[in-house]
Design a protein around this ligand. Structure first.
Ligand SMILES: Nc1ncnc2c1ncn2[C@@H]1O[C@H](COP(=O)(O)OP(=O)(O)OP(=O)(O)O)[C@@H](O)[C@H]1O
Ligand SMILES: [Mg+2]
Length: 306
């Protein structure tokens, strides 16, 4: 643009001898503009955006979402659908915006552009009171279980019931004990969070996320900080509880083994956009070099240390 304007402004003709220099300079400018758009294209060359169809409708949808923190453009035109009734996984390298996605789903962050739709409602346009109602439909398991340090295990799990329902203590006890049994913590009722191991804290967080019988359960890295055996057990637990209760489960992980164990639907997120998404078996059979590298956990491939 700057080049065109200069050209049209009719600068005095340079003396003959400089003709070649001016031409060379303009060529350089054109080349650098081409390179800029080529590098953008290059950056997203693995982002085919291929969406393998899933038979279930989307419970959660990101539509052209952009989100920046200062100059850090994290979500860069994200289009992602998470199907109803399935266990979906969002996987991708560290710092790519996975946790930021979860925060958009529950309305803790708002998009700069685009929309986030949950069960047909635009989350960013909900009024506070409606957002509060909507949040009752979510069970969220944060990375460390996020238990209240001053409450014992029983009271932690009972907390959402006491806050959001009119249930009496007898009914609450029935729900809490059932959930604690389900996650194998029936005997740890009285324990304080700091007396629990990391794996126990996660299971307790899971129990608490389930007490309101949520339609949507969001797990942010349920497997981080757990040894491989406990990770496998937690994956089994997620599958069992899902089989029994149903609902839209969204699990964020970088653990490929966890993805193989529990994912029914996979979205591969990188640089703030979907590389490819669809039913797990389609993703594990993908020809995309980035998807293949990431799902096989190999060092060689498009993803390097950035
Ligand atoms: N509230 C915030 N304010 C400023 N920057 C933020 C905020 N939340 C996230 N970010 C930035 O957004 C980017 C994506 O962060 P996010 O936590 O979503 O990554 P992630 O994919 O979950 O990574 P990891 O796998 O390591 O958990 C990071 O560069 C992070 O620094
Ligand atoms: Mg994260």
């Amino acid at each position: 643009m700057a080049y065109d304007e200069e050209g049209e402004a009719g600068r005095p003709e340079p003396p003959d001898g400089d003709d070649a220099a001016v031409q060379a300079q303009s060529q350089r400018r054109i080349r650098s503009a081409e390179q800029a758009s080529a590098s953008e294209e290059d950056e997203f060359r693995y982002h085919t955006g291929t969406i393998h169809a899933d038979e279930a409708p989307d419970e959660i949808e990101f539509i052209d979402v952009h989100k920046s923190f200062g100059r850090n453009h994290v979500l860069r035109g994200l289009n992602m659908g998470l199907p109803a009734g399935k266990i979906s996984m969002i996987i991708g390298p560290s710092g790519t915006g996975k946790s930021v996605c979860i925060k958009h789903i529950v309305g803790l962050l708002y998009p700069d552009e685009g929309d986030v739709i949950v069960q047909g409602h635009s989350v960013p346009s909900l009024r506070d009171a409606d957002l509060f109602e909507m949040r009752k439909k979510f069970g969220v398991l944060f990375q460390d279980g996020a238990l209240f340090g001053s409450l014992n295990l029983y009271d932690n799990v009972a907390f959402p019931l006491r806050q959001h329902t009119e249930k009496g203590e007898e009914e609450i006890a029935e729900v809490v004990n059932r959930r604690l049994r389900e996650v194998g913590l029936a005997d740890a009722n009285e324990k304080m969070p700091n007396e629990l191991s990391g794996g126990m804290r996660k299971r307790a967080g899971f129990a608490r996320a389930l007490v309101l019988e949520p339609d949507i359960v969001l797990f942010d890295e349920p497997d981080s900080g757990l040894d491989p055996v406990r990770t496998a057990l937690l994956c089994e637990l997620i599958k069992e509880v899902h089989a029994e209760n149903g609902g839209c489960y969204v699990v964020i992980t970088h653990d490929i083994m966890s993805a193989r164990r529990v994912a029914e639907h996979i979205s591969v997120l990188w640089k703030g956009r979907i590389v490819e998404s669809g039913p797990a078996q389609d993703l594990f059979a993908s020809e995309n070099p980035f998807v293949r590298q990431f799902l096989s956990g190999q060092a060689a491939g498009p993803l390097g240390m950035e």
